[in-house]
Ligand binder design. Structure first.
Ligand SMILES: [Zn+2]
Length: 75
């Protein structure tokens, strides 16, 4: 648990979020990403390990030139 740096009043708790990324022409939507989520404003924070995996998924989408890809995060 930590203090949210966006709204500075909420605290985060363990949850899952949907991450949307834009890379050039590609949009990648990744569901069920484990994150710390602010209970006040909904801002999410990804651990280093999780963001690395999210980035790897995004790179893959860009590689096969998908315009929009919707994925489910699998740890
Ligand atoms: Zn917040």
């Amino acid at each position: 648990m930590m203090k949210c740096v966006i709204c500075k009043s909420g605290e985060t708790c363990e949850g899952q979020t949907t991450v949307t990324l834009n890379r050039g022409e590609s949009t990648i939507i990744i569901k069920d990403v484990p994150a710390q989520i602010c209970e006040n404003c909904g801002e999410y924070y990804l651990s280093e390990e999780i963001s690395a995996k999210v980035m790897a998924l995004a790179e893959n989408t860009v590689k096969h030139n998908a315009e929009v890809e919707i994925l489910r995060f699998v740890a």
